[in-house]
Design a protein around this ligand. Structure first.
Ligand code: FES
Length: 92
């Protein structure tokens, strides 16, 4: 198998900073997306969920970024984050 055949490593970075987590809203997003990521890993799709202290775009939070495509998602809710991640993983 060459590197080109290896599954791409996907990282989902969720900001848990002071602004993004106002009212614990980032924690709610974490709880919503964690099962999706667990399921992807069980299906042999390597996805890591990471948290950040600030992604320097507080005014449009809660924020998350999906790598390696640098897909930036602003003003997220648990429902919008799940929807976006499902869509992303389906085409990954
Ligand atoms: S607190 Fe989330 S981007 Fe700054």
């Amino acid at each position: 198998m060459t590197d080109g055949d290896a599954p791409r490593k996907i990282r989902v970075v969720l900001c848990m900073g002071e602004y993004c987590n106002l009212g614990r809203r980032a924690e709610a997003i974490y709880q919503a997306v964690a099962p999706l990521i667990r399921a992807a890993n069980e299906d042999d799709m390597p996805v890591k969920l990471e948290t950040a202290r600030c992604l320097s775009m507080c005014a449009v939070g809660p924020n998350l970024v999906i790598y390696p495509d640098d897909l930036v998602l602003n003003k997220q809710t648990p429902a919008s984050a799940v929807e976006a991640l499902e869509r992303y993983l389906a085409q990954a």
